[in-house]
Design a binder for this molecule. Structure first.
Ligand code: NAD
Length: 496
């Protein structure tokens, strides 16, 4: 038995063992047609963890029809009834949090301490947040129009489609489907084929918690066939996509053809602007922690560090020390702070960027350290790296999706703002300064959905999150507005 296996709960092992045998066609299942199976890998070892059955276009059609059939009864339930069922789902996930955390850590390569401490509790809290919002929500808004009895009636759309990437499978699922279900929609979910495990497990728990069969549907498969079939399906009444910008544009086109509202949460190349009045060591530590969270596979993380030239050398020293302290290791080890990258292809992509960046003149300023075990293993491990060079360098311009940051200097505040805004993306930045007047002034001028002050990667329910430009459109997550996004408006009016 490997170290990874000995750290697994018996129920986690049992689920992984049973998964290839699961063949059910109804509702919240790891559905299967005759499309064969795909291997799911443990990124810490490069070994096969389990297999999952694949769907094809026919199973997508079947899942959408199942969601259509379940819609009338689910949408007819009162908000209180739906909220009660969603809370039972949250309780069921919480009871199995050890299994969900282990599946997430094993599948993504995420450090178990992060899965347990952040991903799972944050996702469970999301279901409860939207269950609580749904009950007092305004489903009828009276209109004061002269000589009319008029109101806007808010009603769910019907079956909603969701396509997710592989970096935060559980939290992205919770963020996106919780408001949709609480509002009375039914759902068809396509997780990434690379990381389907937590989605299959928790969607099975939905039905066990009492959410009626057919309300929650999962289809497993690749993007070009299964993802495209879902985005193009005329039975889908609202679409939500989280993933890369090029694929997001294709989803928007498919939704445009069907005239279906579409929410896109896409890539990013976030920046951190660091002024000279900060505590240098503390800021370097916090940015190193943000960069290495989930091994840098975080859409909103800061990968361009724009630092006042007067503290540049000290900042590099602080980063180097912070990188050396980060413990790289297998996902299930409690010592691990940064696990491997999620897939072999992501490893190749990150290493490819580093090679191209160096060919274009980038220099390494600081690097982390890896133990011999990880260097020798077949896992997809990388070290955190801080580069510098030209602003046009590929590693500064493009999203790498790994623990690689690019350091640039600035002299004047306006130069820092210009550098940050010199990007096709607009997801998340941060400004670091003790002078809060300046920090707020700069934050207002950075073009992005989210600009944090003296912190990076800040999430809370009630704090809206979304992107602009090539980072997304059509609404975000984590706020009451997101709940209302899943209700369409219809005007009801009677002349008096
Ligand atoms: P990806 O775009 O390659 O894939 C995302 C999902 O889309 C997967 O389920 C994939 O199977 C599916 N897909 C691929 N081609 C498709 C097609 N033609 N039609 C329909 N579906 C298709 O992205 P990825 O590599 O899985 O994830 C990394 C990307 O996700 C990064 O760019 C990252 O920034 C982004 N991301 C954004 C956010 C956000 O909130 N803005 C959050 C997480 C990840």
């Amino acid at each position: 038995m490997s170290n990874q296996e000995s750290a697994m709960a018996s129920e986690t092992l049992c689920f992984l063992h049973e998964l290839p045998k699961m063949r059910s066609n109804e509702g919240s299942s790891a559905d299967s047609g005759d499309q064969g199976t795909t291997n799911v890998f443990d990124p810490s070892t490069g070994e096969v963890l389990t297999k999952v059955h694949l769907c094809g276009r026919e199973e997508v059609d079947k899942a959408v029809k199942t969601a259509q059939a379940a819609f009338p009864a689910w949408s007819a339930k009162s908000p209180e009834e739906r909220a009660a069922l969603l809370r039972r789902w949250a309780d069921a996930i919480e009871q199995k949090q050890q299994v969900v955390a282990q599946l997430e850590a094993l599948d993504v390569g995420k450090a178990i301490i992060n899965a347990e401490g952040f991903d799972i509790p944050f996702g469970v809290a999301c279901i409860r947040y939207y269950a609580d919002l749904a009950v007092p929500a305004e489903y009828d808004v009276p209109l004061s129009v002269s000589d009319m009895d008029a109101r806007v009636h808010r009603t769910p759309y019907g079956p909603c489609g969701f396509i997710f990437p592989w970096n935060f499978p559980f939290d992205l699922l919770m963020w996106n489907v919780s408001p949709a279900l609480a509002a009375g929609n039914t759902i068809v979910v396509k997780p990434s084929m690379v990381t389907p495990l937590s989605t299959i497990y928790v969607c099975q728990l939905a039905e066990k918690a009492g959410i009626p069969s057919g309300v929650v549907n999962v289809v497993i498969g690749d993007g070009a066939s299964v993802g495209a079939a879902l985005a193009e399906h005329t039975g889908i009444k609202r679409m939500s996509f989280t993933g890369s910008t090029p694929v997001g544009k294709g989803i928007a086109e498919a939704c445009g053809r069907n005239l279906v509202p579409c929410k896109l949460e896409l890539g990013g190349k976030g920046a951190a602007v660091v002024f000279s009045d900060v505590d240098i060591e503390d800021t370097a530590n916090k940015l190193a922690a943000a960069l290495t969270l989930n091994t840098g596979q975080v859409c909103c993380t800061a990968t361009r560090w724009i630092v006042d030239e007067s503290i540049y050398d000290q900042f590099v020293e602080g980063t180097s020390a912070a990188f050396q302290r980060i413990r790289i290791g297998p996902s299930l080890s409690r010592e691990t702070q940064m696990g491997p990258l999620t897939s072999r292809s992501q490893l190749q992509k990150v290493l490819g960027y580093l090679d191209k960046g160096k060919q274009q003149g980038a220099a390494i300023l600081a690097e982390g350290e890896m133990r011999k075990e990880e260097e020798k293993s077949r896992g997809y491990f990388v070290k955190p790296v801080l580069l510098t060079g030209s602003e046009e360098n590929i590693c500064c311009a493009e999203e790498i999706f790994g623990p690689v940051a690019f350091l640039l200097k600035f002299k004047r505040e306006s130069d820092a703002i210009e550098i940050v805004n010199h990007s096709q993306y607009g997801l998340a930045n941060s400004v670091w300064s003790r002078d809060l007047t300046r920090a707020n002034r700069v934050a207002e001028r950075l073009v992005a959905g989210n600009n944090w002050i003296n912190a990076h990667n800040v999430f809370a329910y009630g704090l809206p999150y979304g992107g602009v430009n090539h980072s997304g459109m059509g609404g975000g997550v984590n706020s009451p507005e997101t709940f209302y996004d899943y209700l369409r408006n219809q005007t009801i009016a009677r002349p008096l």
